[in-house]
Design a protein around this ligand. Structure first.
Ligand SMILES: Cc1ncc(C[n+]2csc(CCOP(=O)(O)OP(=O)(O)O)c2C)c(N)n1
Length: 642
């Protein structure tokens, strides 16, 4: 590597000549491929933004000039150029670099991200603060074409155009989200590109016609009027200029000298916001990218020659995501009123299968979770049964819509929340730890969590058939490998399930925590402790009868959930006991995630850190039993064990 090994900060990069930058970009690209082929990561997204990162750090005086990356998943080149090259191999691992951007990781990460469409609002805030303080630096936001369509980005454009603040938006347009980009804005961007190619062609034709002796001038004028008509209809004028933005583009986003020129031009504009429209190819340089467009957005380790993932010899049970997609197809085949919605995550949620099989009854709305929820509410008003498959963390975006549009009107919308719990490598922005607390506080909603993939199928049917709002949360990763050949069955709403009956302690577990609780119970039994284990199934409504009965017959209740404790399932159990005057008759210990930001890293390791595995539950139960005052409550039989 001629240049890269000497670049330890953007200041080093800025010592180079423009002519050398393309080679720097090539070296960065190779470095990303080498590293990601070993450790995985957001490979394709980052490969598409290599030249952009080089050009931006070259033209702008970072970190004094503020560079704000949207999502931050595509910023590996930025990390490499800002002193983190030698740590890139630790990305997304425990104690390693974050997969996204974090203010506490580097002074070059001016704004933390992980969720999409935030960059323009943050950049505008910085620009306004700069002006208020009388300071002088550039603010540059980089955003992808799909994230640009997110509601927040549109709201920021609206205000930026109004304020006429000086800021630069670099649009990284690769026509892709994780799946191909969808929506009218994406079509509009394509029309800009088409119109501009037409513009360039006309320019060339015009020049040629001009040279025809005698008639050249009039032919050229005719050609120009056609060109102007088309330009007026589709050039950025309509959207961008009318909204108060200047437009530079489009630019080949893989040509560093051209990008440098465009950014230099943008820097000169001091009377308002400007968009630099760069065309890029997602996965640029990734071996065989056309094999599967999902595969290189984010990859595991892969063979750097073929781009193919290394085959695992382990036969794993199907993932919850897969079971969800297949179950939706089964249920939609039987009931024509069911539709499925994803917000730009067809692959991640299993909705890709549904889109394939039922293209007219399934919708990818783009990165637009808020819209997705209210879109579902509208359909539910007309008797359709929508199922919104949205990761727990991304449904946070649609919180008010869930409350105001769905729950308040008691509409039949199902929320299938994948990635509920600790997701692992993607870290704090992606853990789904809040859904219990944000969904259980409002009337009408019912909320459940399956102990395995078969129960998830039952819960999906239960939710769809429930006449009001219903949500189910299930974890990232594989199911337990249980039999899923039976048709889904409706569950009784608000009924838990006793899995084993004892008398010394009752472990009431939710969803993913049921299996480790059973394992812990097995070990407790070997220690002469007789535990009751309950699969809670419902967070809301709780199985009041069962929990009250348990409280009256046990001295100790341990609740276990893969979620934040504040406002969570255990809190709901305590509220129920208090409402029944039982708060002093039984000791309740809540296990879950404390009031801390959970970092990134291997999910199992993180779960263990918070005691949320068989060993942790076993230890906590023993400790809590030891701390109990010596008092015995006469046990009486519970409902029959199923
Ligand atoms: C609110 C939110 N919804 C969904 C996602 C998941 N997500 C991460 S990257 C991405 C695609 C972004 O596409 P684009 O903005 O065009 O950038 P590209 O990856 O193509 O560079 C999506 C949907 C997210 N991070 N945040």
């Amino acid at each position: 590597m001629r240049f890269l090994s000497e670049i330890n900060s953007p200041a080093d990069l800025r010592q180079l000549k423009v002519e050398d930058l393309q080679e720097v970009a090539d070296e960065v690209r190779q470095f990303i491929i080498d590293t990601c082929s070993r450790v995985g990561g957001h490979t394709g997204a980052s490969l598409g933004a290599v030249e952009l990162a080089v050009a931006m750090h070259y033209v702008f005086d970072t970190p004094n000039d503020r560079l704000v990356w949207d999502v931050g998943h595509q910023a590996y080149a930025h990390k490499i150029l800002t002193g983190r090259r030698d740590e890139l191999h630790t990305i997304k691992q425990y104690n390693g670099l974050s997969g996204f951007l974090r203010r506490d990781e580097s002074e070059y990460d001016t704004f933390g991200a992980g969720h999409a469409s935030t960059s323009l609002s943050a950049a505008l805030g910085m620009a306004v603060a700069r002006d208020q303080k009388g300071e002088d630096f550039n603010v540059v936001a980089l955003i992808g074409d799909s994230s640009l369509a997110g509601g927040m980005a549109m709201e920021a454009i609206n205000q930026a155009g109004h304020l006429k603040s000086r800021m630069i938006v670099v649009l990284n347009d690769n026509e892709m989200s994780i799946a191909p980009a969808v929506g009218a804005l994406s079509r509009y961007l394509n029309r800009i590109k088409e119109a501009q190619s037409y513009h360039h062609i006309k320019e060339e034709i015009g020049d040629a016609l001009e040279s025809v002796p005698g008639i050249g001038g009039s032919l050229r004028r005719a050609a120009k009027s056609v060109k102007d008509a088309i330009a007026a209809a589709v050039l950025p004028g309509a959207l961008v200029s009318e909204l108060g933005f200047k437009y530079i583009g489009y630019v080949d986003g893989h040509n560093v000298p051209m990008l440098v020129r465009a950014l230099e031009e943008a820097k000169k504009i001091d009377d308002g916001p400007v968009i630099v429209h760069a065309l890029t190819t997602k996965g640029k340089g990734f071996p065989n990218p056309e094999k599967n467009y999902y595969a290189y957005h984010a990859t595991g380790p892969f063979d750097p020659n073929t781009g193919l993932p290394y085959k695992s010899s382990k036969v794993a049970p199907p993932a919850y995501t897969q079971v969800f997609g297949e179950t939706m197809c089964e249920l939609m085949a039987k009931d024509e009123s069911i539709v499925t919605i994803t917000a730009a995550m067809p692959d991640g949620t299993g909705v890709d299968k549904v889109l394939e099989k039922f293209p007219k009854r399934s919708f990818d709305v783009g990165i637009a979770e808020q819209h997705a929820v209210t879109f579902c509410a509208g359909m539910a008003c007309e008797g359709i049964k929508p199922v919104a498959a949205i990761y727990s963390t991304f449904l946070q975006r649609g919180f008010d819509q869930v409350i105001h549009d769905v729950c308040l009107q008691n509409l039949n919308v199902t929320f299938a929340m994948d990635r509920a719990g600790i997701v692992g490598a993607d870290g704090p922005t992606h853990h789904g730890l809040l859904d219990i607390s944000y969904l259980r506080g409002y009337p009408n909603m019912i909320l459940m969590a399956p102990k395995d993939e078969a129960e998830m199928r039952d819960m999906l049917l239960t939710a769809i058939e429930h006449p009001g709002p219903a949500a189910l949360r299930y974890p990232r990763g594989n199911g337990l490998g249980v039999d899923i050949s039976n048709a889904p069955e409706k569950l009784e709403v608000g009924r838990g399930e006793i899995l084993r009956e004892g008398e010394d302690v009752a472990i009431i577990a939710l969803g993913s925590m049921v299996q480790p609780s059973l394992e812990a119970a097995g070990r407790l039994e070997a220690d002469d402790v007789a535990p009751t284990v309950v699969n809670a199934r419902f967070v809301k409504p709780l199985d009041e009868e069962l929990i009250v009965e348990i409280a009256k017959t046990h001295r100790l209740i341990i609740t276990v959930e893969e979620a934040y404790l504040a406002g969570g399932f255990g809190s709901a159990v305590m509220e129920l006991l208090e409402a029944n005057g039982l708060q002093d008759s039984v000791r309740v210990v809540r296990m879950g995630v404390p009031d801390r930001i959970v970092t990134h890293g291997d999910a199992q390791l993180l779960l263990a850190k918070y005691g949320l595995d068989a060993d942790g539950i076993y230890q906590q139960t023993l400790n809590s039993l030891k701390e109990l005052p010596a008092r015995k409550v006469a046990g009486k039989p519970l409902r029959a064990v199923k």
